[in-house]
Design a protein around this ligand. Structure first.
Ligand SMILES: NC(=O)c1ccc[n+]([C@@H]2O[C@H](COP(=O)([O-])OP(=O)(O)OC[C@H]3O[C@@H](n4cnc5c(N)ncnc54)[C@H](O)[C@@H]3O)[C@@H](O)[C@H]2O)c1
Length: 348
């Protein structure tokens, strides 16, 4: 039996580099042997710094490397589906960053590819499910501590200092918009905790500080109210302009109690008492807040590959959250309450 999973990663940007470092140095039974990016300098820099054997600027070339077992996709979202399909066809297991795809048609094609390669493990990077606190909350719910979940309230707010970078990125390429790009994590969490799919949603939003969002047909800050198929409720707040930092917070109200995760999204356990009062700093961004979750999700993937198990996050989770995300987007754009249209081809 294989004892080690040899990875090639595509995408060495903000997140890809962190994943590459995790695979190279922090995950037992994993080895990073190949890196790929269209930016040659990134490839050389990572290869030279960490002694990675193979470097590519062409993804198709990396897929010819038969020493690899698995491909890690951390390229921009618009490439995910095609790269997933190609990697599966070339005989590799695949881990892909979220979202599965920017368009539903692409996500459905990726699902078809995953389902027609049953012998290969596929996992999608909804890493919040692997965060210690989020996983603990799920366990508490399953143990019945709050009774039956009735309402979920989610905050997903990016830090204001990331605004310049985000606007540059969004002007140059399609991000999917606030609900598909940002709220997608909360949509996945809500489906997971409420154990049901979203049935109807009404989403609103606007540009309050940065008019550029109007030109992008996107929201700087948005909110949505949803009803799930099992009758439970969801309230979602998403935004890009959070002054105090990266604010990820979730509350689940049940029939016998309430659970809150990250009520104040603290950077750490330090409280500073000084002439400004009593202060706690906020997490600065996703890499800091979910540092451990990014490790745990890949540990799970490696375990699944080595022991032929199905990961907790599936391709269907990617498709179902994309379908719901598009309903949020449609509601935001039309101002109407939208009924989510699921497809016969996707089990719910
Ligand atoms: N799970 C999370 O919390 C989370 C957080 C941030 C980003 N993401 C997702 O991760 C993905 C990457 O995001 P990022 O912020 O690291 O992006 P980024 O723009 O910082 O990096 C993209 C990388 O891909 C490379 N690249 C671009 N086109 C390529 C191509 N055709 N072939 C090979 N390489 C190519 C770039 O050179 C760069 O190395 C996105 O899909 C994003 O949605 C997830």
């Amino acid at each position: 039996m294989k004892k080690i999973v040899k990875f090639g990663i595509v995408g060495l940007g903000r997140l890809g580099r962190a994943h590459a470092e995790n695979i190279a140095f922090k995950i037992p039974n994993a080895k990073l042997i190949a890196v790929c990016s269209i930016d040659e300098r990134e490839v050389e820099e990572v290869q030279n710094s960490w002694g990675i054997e193979y470097g590519y600027t062409d993804y198709d070339e990396m897929l010819k490397n038969k020493n690899l077992d698995a491909i890690f996709v951390s390229s921009p979202s618009g490439y995910h589906c095609e790269q997933i399909k190609k990697a599966l066809d070339a005989g590799f297991h695949v881990f892909s960053e979220k979202p599965l795809g920017l368009y539903l048609e692409d996500a459905l094609e990726a699902m078809e590819a995953v389902n027609s390669h049953n012998d290969k493990i596929f996992m999608l990077g909804f890493m919040r499910r692997y965060d210690r606190s989020y996983a603990y909350a799920k366990k508490k719910i399953e143990e019945g501590h709050i009774g039956k979940p009735v309402l979920i309230r989610c905050y997903g707010l990016d830090p204001a200092p990331a605004m310049e970078g985000f606007l540059k990125f969004a002007k140059n390429s399609y991000s999917g918009g606030l609900f598909l790009d940002m709220a997608i994590h909360d949509i996945d969490l809500a489906r997971w905790y409420m154990d049901s799919e979203i049935d109807k949603v009404w989403a609103i939003g606007g540009a309050y500080e940065y008019p550029e969002f109007n030109e992008l047909n996107d929201a700087e800050t948005g909110a949505a109210m949803a009803k799930f198929k099992n009758g439970t409720m969801g309230i979602f707040v998403a935004g890009r302009n959070c002054a105090h930092g990266y604010h990820i917070e979730t509350e689940i109200i049940g029939t016998k109690g309430t659970l809150r995760i990250g009520t104040t999204p603290d950077k750490n356990l330090v409280t500073v008492f000084d002439d400004r009062g009593i202060n706690k700093e906020c997490a600065g961004g996703f890499l800091e807040r979910f540092e451990d979750a990014y490790l745990q999700e890949v540990k799970e993937f490696v375990d699944c590959v080595l022991n032929n198990k199905k990961p907790n996050v599936t391709v269907e989770d990617g498709v179902l959250s994309t379908i719901a995300g598009y309903a949020f987007k449609e509601s935001f754009e039309t101002g109407e309450l939208v009924e989510v249209k699921y497809l016969e081809t996707v089990n719910i």
